[in-house]
Design a binder for this molecule. Structure first.
Ligand SMILES: CC/C=C\C/C=C\C[C@@H](O)/C=C/C=C/C=C\[C@@H](O)CCCC(=O)O
Ligand code: ZN
Length: 660
């Protein structure tokens, strides 16, 4: 038995290793993983029998151990108390489970850093045996619960458990880390596979369930979740908050935040939530939410989630936005003051169809979520602004895509639209590629079939057919080919090149360049100018915020700029202090590229304050490449990593080539 196990381990490890050898930029990480996997398996074999077992990845999802093909979770009910003093949640989780075959005798779940106390089958009141595998690196463990004999195939398992203070999907903030400085705060970010650090679940987007939650929290704090609020009952010394999500969702869409929050109604179905220090700004910045929602409905069909609220998180939130249903989470870096970054809200609204309603079956098909979402986001922009703005934004996306592919290497398999995640953690595979290469592909398909008048009805049919379901790229392809079976042009689509070939897309659509012309011309003026030949050759008033962003991007991509010129520009525009994060980010990168020492402290202070990875990761990578500043940047990271969410600290540690 032990020899067999050893064989299995060796095969799994070598498969991983062969695949991972392709992943050029992850070499140090691969070696670390090899050691982790080997040492974990060794521990397993030593542990032998009883309470431990060998973890096996799911045949359905390489990022999960769960087996929804054998017994599937069909409903989740959480009953949890928050303990800010210990930085944990404790309580129980009721999982309704349907056994899919007669001879199945266990339900298999994902867990990560959970302390499981006991498990019962509720209807028969049977205490259940379970086995828990040793953790497999960042993937967590497999929890297999024995299914007791019963006449019918439906069960409710009550799992009593606690989370741990370092749960990878939660961030706990001390009062002094919040804007108000008086109350603690906790928030979640579960995509891709961190829900398992909050509750035992089938942590794969292949499984969709309704959920319900009862949260016991201090009376002076608000609780918000990705669900509809049912009631808040004042109890003695605490409040009990009840939430219900009646649309079936994947585990990564469960979300929670608890803190001193205020709310403002910003539309008939929208309320914005934030700490009181940000609430007015937030209400103003997101005032166009209803317009964006209505436009999305015109494109995609009815909005099924009832409400669309927004929560502005503290600055350490690692992403621009997260499409948690009924309650989008957003970073405060969107608060530019002029609504110019509200396209992120259009993106999260678009997820109400693409990703949340129609979902990738696993993260190898992440482009089905994100490529479609960017495509719809830009259609919303096109209708609310103009087709020129839509294409200007798409052009900017192509520039970002080029930078990402340069960074990863153009033969890196992670630059394919469909990726192989065997042995690769989704957080390590994340990049702009599924977003921008995915949207480029859809724009190309739209052009092939003669444009939006034909493609948009197809999109609605696709959403209607796959709503409440999860699918793979092959299923999408088959659906597209069937729908357009009488369109001869689709024979020219090189599916393999688009889906399975690394590097830039085979075709870049012919985007409208109207808004680019001014930028190109201003860039030339800037390059030809020097500080001795008079004042800066533009006032800044001639272009919009999104054009300024592109202008700075173009300057960043040029040769390193003379520091003297940058000093004059900073004097005139004060870019280092500007509120628009996209402008500030590009300015800081221009300064680092020029090895401008004066920019170092403002840049490091900013990454300490703002945890959004879109900004922190490139800035840290830029510092890493500036040899004289490398040690200072690493020291800055080490000093501040305790204030970062797990996913940011983990990925930046890899970017800085630090051993975990
Ligand atoms: C091919 C990639 C495979 C898997 C990656 C899936 C998830 C990775 C994980 O790290 C979570 C990502 C969550 C993203 C949430 C929001 C983004 O859309 C934000 C984009 C960046 C930003 O604007 O800050
Ligand atoms: Zn998205």
């Amino acid at each position: 038995m032990r020899i067999l196990k050893l064989f299995d381990v060796a095969r799994n490890v070598s498969n991983c290793v062969i695949r991972r050898n392709f992943v050029r930029n992850f070499e140090p990480f691969i070696n670390m993983w090899r050691i982790l996997i080997l040492s974990n398996c060794f521990l397993l074999i030593l542990a032998g029998d009883g309470g431990t077992r060998m973890a096996r990845f799911s045949p359905i999802d390489p990022s999960s151990f769960s087996r929804p093909d054998l017994a599937v979770v069909t409903n989740i009910k959480l009953s949890l108390k928050v303990h800010f003093d210990q930085k944990i949640f404790s309580g129980n989780c009721d999982l309704t489970v349907k056994k899919l075959h007669e001879n199945v005798n266990e339900v298999v779940l994902d867990v990560k850093d959970l302390d499981i106390e006991s498990i019962y089958e509720t209807e028969t009141n049977t205490k259940c045996k379970y086995t828990l595998s040793q953790p497999v690196g960042e993937f967590g463990s497999e929890l297999a619960i024995e299914i007791p004999p019963k006449e019918v195939n439906n069960y409710i398992f009550t799992i009593n458990y606690k989370t741990r203070p370092h749960a990878s999907g939660l961030q706990w903030l001390e009062p002094e880390q919040t804007a108000g400085k008086k109350h603690p705060y906790v928030f979640s970010q579960f995509q891709a596979i961190h829900a398992r650090s909050f509750l035992p679940c089938q942590d794969t987007p292949y499984v969709k369930t309704k959920y319900e939650a009862l949260i016991n929290a201090p009376t002076d704090l608000s609780v918000v979740m990705s669900a509809i609020r049912d009631a808040t009952k004042p109890m003695i010394g605490y409040n009990l908050h009840h939430f219900k999500q009646d649309v079936p969702i994947q585990s990564y869409l469960i979300a929670i935040a608890i803190g001193a929050l205020e709310s403002r109604k910003i539309g008939p179905r929208s309320t914005v939530w934030a700490e009181k220090e940000f609430i007015e700004m937030a209400a103003n910045e997101f005032a166009n939410t209803e317009k964006q929602l209505k436009t999305a409905e015109d494109i995609c069909g009815p909005y099924v989630w009832g409400i669309y609220d927004l929560l502005v998180l503290p600055p350490s939130f690692p992403f621009g936005g997260m499409e948690n249903p009924c309650l989008t989470f957003v970073t405060p870096t969107l608060l530019a003051g002029d609504r110019s970054l509200a396209n992120v809200v259009a993106h999260e609204i678009a997820h109400s169809w693409t990703g949340n309603l129609v979902t990738n079956a696993n993260f190898e098909h992440f482009w089905l979520n994100e490529g479609f979402t960017v495509f719809i986001e830009r259609k919303i922009l096109g209708r609310l602004e103009s087709p020129q703005v839509q294409d200007f934004d798409a052009y900017g996306g192509t520039v970002e895509l080029k930078e990402a592919i340069n960074e990863l290497g153009d033969s890196n398999p992670l630059t394919c639209l469909v990726v192989n995640l065997t042995g690769v953690h989704p957080d390590d595979a994340f990049s702009t590629v599924p977003y921008e290469k995915g949207q480029t592909f859809l724009r190309y398909l739209e052009t092939i079939v003669e444009g939006p008048a034909v493609f948009e009805p197809f999109l609605r049919k696709y959403f209607d057919t796959y709503k409440y379901r999860s699918l793979t790229t092959d299923e999408f392809k088959a659906f597209f080919i069937e729908y357009f079976s009488s369109t001869p042009e689709i024979k020219n689509i090189e599916w393999n090149k688009w889906l399975h070939t690394p590097g830039m897309p085979p075709v870049i659509p012919d985007y409208d360049k109207t808004l680019l012309k001014t930028i190109d011309e201003m860039k030339q003026r800037w390059l030809n100018w020097d500080e001795k030949s008079g004042p800066v050759p533009f006032s800044g008033d001639e272009i919009t915020s999104i054009q300024k962003i592109q202008l700075l991007q173009d300057i960043f991509e040029s040769e390193p700029q003379p520091i003297k010129k940058l000093e004059v520009l900073e004097e005139k525009f004060k870019f280092t202090e500007v509120q628009n994060a996209e402008i500030k980010f590009r300015w800081l990168r221009i300064g680092i590229k020029a090895k401008w020492e004066k920019i170092v402290d403002p840049a490091l202070n900013w990454v300490n304050e703002v945890g959004r990875m879109k900004y922190c990761r490139p800035l840290y990578r830029d510092f890493y490449n500036w040899e004289e500043m490398r040690a200072k940047a690493i020291q800055n990271f080490q000093d501040n990593r305790k204030n970062m969410m797990h996913v940011s600290a983990y990925t930046i540690a890899h970017d800085l080539r630090l051993k975990e």
